[in-house]
Design a protein around this ligand. Structure first.
Ligand SMILES: [Cu+2]
Length: 290
């Protein structure tokens, strides 16, 4: 005859004990996750999962949110996986002992579920919200003042990024969609003198260590302007102007990508970000707008 190794009533007690242990473990991991994040420097990525090189101070802060989410959800995942494996081992069927089964008690189940929900809400959700709000305020919404920044207009179309600088006079020329032509992608109004010195280019040339404000519009569908090395991305929507800012701190050539599936040629909607020294920038500008 097969007999249970557990006494009557022992099931509920054991369940409560294990549930308490699991809760303790989860609380510990939540605290550990928060502590791991408390460091200033984001953890270093390894091997296959190496991120694109970071070229701004703001990008580091944005990455810290990624790491925070990874630590917290990683900790919760490990806690769940360990608990599950452990239950499978402890309650398995063995020689002379049937697999343990319990309906549990609805009171205990309710208590455990509510406690877990509160712990996850406070330990994971609220931590992420708090940290990401701080970064959004500090980075995303913290636009440089109008006159310390260089303004560049971005006009997205399937499947190209058109870029325009105001030129010597610092004033953008008037545009109108009725002037859109193969050789006038921005639809510049040739009668407006302010636009005569506007510089139009296919790659985004900016001086290093200088704030840049992008004013972005789309001719056709929704695109998404993505600078992976700066960790910034913004939808470009027909009928409205969206803005983005950055300050690159390292010279070099980096990728611009479209991060919104915008049509069959989406994959080729790449651009080039060229971060150059101030002298190179002045030279480039002078050669484009004499
Ligand atoms: Cu696109």
């Amino acid at each position: 005859m097969i007999r249970s190794r557990l006494e009557p009533g022992a099931g509920t007690r054991t369940f409560r004990r294990y549930a308490a242990a699991a809760l303790g473990l989860l609380a510990l991991l939540a605290v550990a996750g928060g502590t791991a994040y408390a460091g200033d420097e984001p953890a270093k990525a390894i091997g296959l999962f190496e991120f694109p090189e970071i070229i701004s101070e703001e990008a580091k802060k944005i990455d810290s949110i990624f790491w925070l989410v990874l630590y917290l959800t990683g900790a919760a995942f490990v806690a769940v996986a360990v608990g599950l494996t452990w239950c499978c081992l402890v309650y398995r069927k063995r020689e002379g002992v049937p697999a343990f089964y319990t309906h549990g008690s609805s009171k205990a189940a309710l208590g455990v579920t509510l406690t877990l929900a509160v712990l996850v809400f406070l330990g994971v959700d609220m931590n992420v919200v708090r940290a990401s709000n701080a970064v959004a305020k500090e980075v995303q919404a913290n636009f440089p003042t109008e006159d310390e920044a260089i303004h560049i207009k971005v006009l997205a179309q399937q499947f190209v990024w058109n870029l325009r600088w105001a030129g010597k006079n610092g004033i953008f020329g008037r545009t109108d969609p009725k002037f859109y032509r193969e050789d006038n992608q921005f639809g510049l109004d040739e009668e407006d003198q302010n636009g005569w010195d506007d510089v139009v280019a296919g790659s985004l040339v900016v001086p290093v260590d200088t704030p840049v404000i992008l004013e972005m519009e789309s001719k056709d569908v929704i695109h998404s302007f993505f600078l992976p090395n700066l960790r910034i991305k913004q939808d470009v929507v027909p009928g409205m102007t969206t803005r983005l800012w950055f300050k690159a701190t390292k010279t070099g050539e980096y990728e611009i990508a479209c991060a919104e599936l915008c049509g069959l040629g989406h994959y080729q909607m790449r651009g080039l970000l060229r971060v150059v020294t101030q002298e190179e920038y002045d030279q480039w500008m002078a050669s484009r707008a004499p």
